[in-house]
Design a protein around this ligand. Sequence first.
Ligand code: NAD
Ligand code: MG
Length: 299
Amino acid sequence: MTNNDQYTFQNPVTRYPSISPPEQDQPEPGLDRDLEPRTDRGEDSYRGTGRLAGRKALITGADSGIGAAVAIAFAREGADVALSYLPVEEPDAQKIAEIIRACGQQAVTLPGDISEASNARELVADAVEQLGGLDILVNNAGRQIAVEKLEDISDEQFENTFKTNIFAMFWITKAALPHLEPGSTIINTTSIQAYNPSPTLIDYASTKAAINNFTKGLAQQLAPRGIRANAVAPGPIWTPLQVSDGQPKEKLPKFGKDTPLGRAGQPTELAPAYVFLASPESSYVTGETLNVNGGTSSP
Ligand code: NAD
Ligand code: MG
């Protein structure tokens, strides 16, 4: 572990460099392995303090980016983790599983396309069986394809974005609920796009607004059962999502520079928000959206 962990007192402007990623393209969903420049998912920088000891977590999109950073942080905090991802992401997923096992925690790898209801349900069943239960659910998988004009968004893309980002969240949450005891926590990844939609992300941004609403309603419904539901809303974070058509390519060199902190975020900078919302220390927080976005105003 370096001494540049999340507890080191330092200037947030300069904690990470203001990157200017070269124009690059990967087929969807993209691999962290091939991202230029590399990201910090906490491999050498996230220090655990036992905040999730004995917990059992299922994280979707856990192979790369924000989900991978959350998976590493949860393991460092003492949780066992089931990782959901697409089969083509196996190399990224194996790397994260290795890091989790090096923490002395169980890593369960569960490849599958969650935009199919039956796969989503099977994912939960497999996670519960292999972890021996479940008490943290992180719905983080997402798909973002930028398109300039509404007329050019295919019906297939529109449907697939909704299936991956919000239908799967419903299917997975529904399948998980019978297993969640009081004290369990659900965390959904939304986005600054839920409030400030980019003109090129009509389908994606509207799924994120739906996720905000879903999370708030769910939190109210589940509160009497002792289950909390919250959301994390990232701003511009350097991940494979951005280079697999998530952004128009020519925008990549400026990615994140227009935030008040003047730089894109690194995936590991999201992890403490998820740890806080997963752990019992946030016992009176439910229906909340934690914005981790470099300072952009949000409602
Ligand atoms: P990422 O590409 O690393 O993660 C997204 C993951 O979603 C992929 O790794 C993949 O495993 C999973 N996924 C996509 N389609 C799937 C499917 N059909 N079945 C199973 N898994 C599927 O990128 P990320 O930026 O870390 O994205 C994680 C979450 O953060 C997403 O919900 C995204 O919308 C959200 N987000 C990202 C940013 C950002 O700037 N990177 C900003 C706001 C919100
Ligand atoms: Mg990935």
